[in-house]
Design a protein around this ligand. Sequence first.
Ligand SMILES: Cc1cc2nc3c(=O)[nH]c(=O)nc-3n(C[C@H](O)[C@H](O)[C@H](O)COP(=O)(O)O)c2cc1C
Ligand code: SF4
Length: 667
Amino acid sequence: MPGNVRSTLGAPLEIRGTVLPNRIVSAPMERNYCTLDGRVTRRYVDYLRARAAGGAGLTFTESSYVTQASKARPAQMGLHRDHVIEPLAALADAVHAEGGLLGVELNHAGRVVPSSVSQLQPVAPSAVPCAEIGGEMPRAMTIGDIDDAVEAFALAARRAVDAGVDVISIHGAHGYLIAQFLSPRSNRRTDEYGEPAAFLNRVVHAVRDSVGERIPIFLRLSAFEGLPGGLDDEATIAAVARADLDQIDVIDVSAGTYGAGEWITPSGEVEEGYLAERAARYRGFGRVVCVAGRITTADAAARIVAGGAADLVAVGRALHADPEWARHAMRGSRPRPCISCNQGCADVIHRGVPLWCAVNPATGREGRSRRRGPLRADLLVVGGGLAGMEAAVTAAEAGLRVRLVERAAELGGQFALAARLRPKPQFPRLLTWYRDRLASLGVDVCLRTDQSVDEIGRSSDGIEAVIVATGGTGYVPPVPGSDRARVVEVREWLRTGAPAPGDEVIVWGGDRAAVYVADDLLAHGHRVTVVTSAPELAPEAGARERLPAVRRLTTDPGVTVHLGVSVERVDENAVICGRGDERFTVDSAALIIASHGVMPANSALGPIALPAGRVAWAGDTAGGTTIDEAIATGRSAALEVIATIEDGSDAGDPATNVRAKEEVSAR
Ligand SMILES: Cc1cc2nc3c(=O)[nH]c(=O)nc-3n(C[C@H](O)[C@H](O)[C@H](O)COP(=O)(O)O)c2cc1C
Ligand code: SF4
């Protein structure tokens, strides 16, 4: 298969005389890496250069605003004024130097532009707000507004071409202005622009006139919106059939809209390459077809292209997780896998902070990679959860001889427990990747080895540095009766691997772990009662991350959710609950699974007999409890130790890897 994959994905494709070196497109993704006036930054250049160097044939920037009034997010890329051209030209040079092509995506966000960003009332085809996001009331565009917007698209395209950009994409997907004209949910006009494709057609012609015949133009569309009364598959095809496609070279098929973002960046429960069959339907329009949507493996990408569903695959998050994804795909090696968690990307974009990636702390820091030669020293990593594994990988990549000791019979710690749950079907891929990577780097992995910090302190002979990543222990609030046998801490319960007894289970707590376990219990046919003092389920998780599980828990008749409720006492056959002054009883003798976070294990540094800078802390022991924090602190701990060894000094923060914690908390 690798040979076939290579020949399929590695085949060049010529469009209007521009030769795409292969079939892998780095999908447009907003990253919050630009300046407030829309210019790409050094960080942006480093990020995209890494994707081009990693083998993506065509690398897109992101949805870029064509006028100040069409800007959706403060640190978004702009094409609205000439000052953006020079930095964009530097980006184009960087991508070209790696043998890649650069594409930009032109966008007007229409009714979803927040006035807090634009300082103006948003505009839209009709005065219909985007209720799903609590959107502001837009002003219906006048003909003059429409003329101005069309001209802005044309000018923005011209600026991009002047900067040396190779490909233009027109953003007609995801609920932005062009999609708002296409959709009956937002277009109630009675003039000629009530015709869904009329605005799109004007934009297409204006952009083509502006860029000339040489430049390939992509049109990005949502194959369906995913909301009641919105465009479904048939209606979208019908709308596209009315568009003037003669000036369009590529139809780029995505899906979803505001309020149905789960179809834009689908969770790991959604089938790999889920839009392929839909994309195949666009073949009938005689254009090149590109498709996005959870393409994370080389095999899936090659199947889509070889099977003829599309000519190009647009890979978003998998390339965010590993800039060398395309090279891995061609070589048949394994990239660091995207687990479709949305934790560091889709759920971050609306927060205005720079994107990161939950599984790869180097994402967004491409310019900061270590360039010095290999090191020679012995490192002990204690703990084989995510933090410990990442620390070991980072250190071994720098040349350290690493021994990793783990108390359990398998690697992965708490993450391995979560990987068994229904809403997290992609988690095992990351475990497999770490296991393979540790093996290929020659890390000495010792399972079933219980090495306490005390023991390390007594016998640190030959060890030149230690990273402590011993995880944490779960916590059960000490209310009367919480020591009964039927109350089990969630991690302890998952560790047993035993099925829950009886029909019914009570989940005490409403954090991520509680929600995902409750959802898994539901999948196994249990009735579930969730009691949590939190005002909502999994409040610490982002909207897209938690949506699939939360939707099931809040709609399935087999689930009862008590929000804002404290457990006050656990009796043999009842749980006494309170909400303010109100008391009520959940009459049940069922198993109670408690989920209230973790407390770090081994949080005292004292006994380790190594100089301060040669000891670092990662994961729960360094305050990194989530997946992204665990991995980020693992990497930072290793970098901390590496820096100390490189400097030949023993100085450093003795208690924790402060930099990692600061970076994580700055998010
Ligand atoms: C953080 C983030 C930002 C995105 N920004 C854009 C964008 O600016 N324009 C766009 O057309 N699609 C955008 N997308 C959608 C991606 O291009 C892609 O279609 C989607 O992520 C599905 O592909 P994937 O499963 O390979 O990630 C974004 C996706 C993510 C995760
Ligand atoms: S944060 Fe999660 S979904 Fe986003 S790229 Fe990284 S692994 Fe994939």
